[in-house]
Design a protein around this ligand. Structure first.
Ligand code: SF4
Length: 361
């Protein structure tokens, strides 16, 4: 079999993987339990190579390598923050870079993963947006951020990942086949509970509607950042294609599709989107879809001279939202000393090495 037609073991949802392995081993007159052996190596032992699957006879490992591959990410850089946040910069087989971030807290270890190399959305407050789009990630490249980070966390932090957020580089709902397959693998293969996995979007309406159709209770975060269309348009260009009223109607559908929680992410930028008059429309939007609001102080990025809102303004937003019956919290900025916000490590690395690939006017 040619190398080009080999299937990555991390690219198939568990049911499809079982079928593919059963077919493979049946053709080789091997017992059916070989399928279970491979699945255990992948999902329980977090194996990064077919050669590690030592309870398969050598001949069977070689035959498996003739038909399948197994993506393993190369670590290009790892940065540890004083607050415990850990950022990995991974180098892909074609030389692209992606990031993932481990965020420990008292009760959780959250992994933030990327869904694309770069991003085409061009949000003006985001380092990834300034860098432009390079390519879609494959399912295996998404899943292997989890396996590689989990291995690292178990070795270095003696902790396991409890939550996953698709909030790294890229818009996950613009890479839907890989997103949906990776959700199935993480949930059914690696047993990460659906309610512990959050998909974040800037408002790709067809993707929200598609996610609503899944029976699992994956969570959704909308990068809102402004409660009014005109203001939001200056932060998120996608607002032009999918304006807030259309996004809201998709969110209502998502909300009504059974126990699925929605969060609004609101990055607070001084003098841009932190006027007190914006609280009333924000309350109205959040109430309409039972959303929880995360207020996030803006994390400065290399190509933009905005500043985070003052602390007292952020607290005021949180207080009024809570008084109005909208649950809201201030999300502390983590890993600022290691550029842990989306796209920043790559942006700063590229800024040191070269000019950014895409300069905006
Ligand atoms: S905020 Fe998300 S969607 Fe917007 S440019 Fe950054 S990575 Fe892309």
């Amino acid at each position: 079999m040619s190398k080009r037609s080999r299937t990555d073991l991390l690219s198939l949802p568990p049911e499809d993987l079982a079928l593919a392995l059963e077919t493979h081993f049946r053709k080789r007159n091997q017992p059916i339990y070989r399928t279970g052996q491979v699945r255990r190596w992948l999902y329980e032992d977090l194996s990064g190579s077919i050669d590690e699957m030592t309870d398969l006879p050598l001949k069977e490992r070689d035959a498996l390598k003739d038909s399948f591959t197994l993506t393993r990410l190369e670590k290009a850089r790892v940065e540890l923050s004083q607050d415990g946040t850990v950022k990995h910069l991974w180098s892909l087989s074609d030389g692209e870079f992606i990031e993932s971030v481990l965020i420990p807290s008292k009760k959780r270890l959250t992994l933030c993963i990327s869904s694309q190399a770069g991003c085409a959305m061009g949000c003006t407050f985001c380092a990834t947006g300034w860098g432009g789009f390079q390519r879609q990630l494959t399912t295996a490249e998404i899943v292997s951020q989890y396996t590689a980070s989990r291995r690292w966390a178990e070795d270095h932090l003696e902790a396991t990942i409890s939550n996953i957020v698709y909030m790294g580089m890229g818009e996950p709902l613009s890479n839907r086949k890989a997103l949906h397959d990776s959700l199935s693998i993480l949930n059914q293969g690696y047993a990460v509970g659906a309610r512990r996995i959050t998909v974040s979007t800037v408002g790709v309406v067809p993707g929200i509607l598609e996610l609503a159709e899944r029976p699992e209770q994956f969570r959704l975060a909308l990068s809102l950042h402004a409660p009014l269309s005109e203001l939001r348009l200056g932060l998120i260009p996608l607002e032009k294609r999918h304006p807030l009223p259309e996004v809201l109607s998709a969110l209502k559908h998502f909300n009504q599709s059974g126990g699925k929680r929605i969060t609004f992410e609101y990055t607070m930028i001084r003098g841009v989107n932190d006027a007190l008059e914006l609280i009333a429309p924000l309350v109205e939007l959040a109430r309409s879809v039972d959303a929880y609001v995360n207020l996030i102080p803006f994390n400065p990025i290399p190509y933009q001279n905005w500043e985070p809102s003052k602390n007292h303004r952020i607290k005021k937003f949180a207080k009024i939202l809570n008084e109005q019956g909208v649950p809201a919290a201030i999300r502390e900025t983590r890993g600022r000393d290691i550029d842990a916000a989306c796209g920043q490590l790559k942006a700063h690395t590229l800024a040191q090495l070269e000019k950014p690939r895409k300069q905006k006017d």
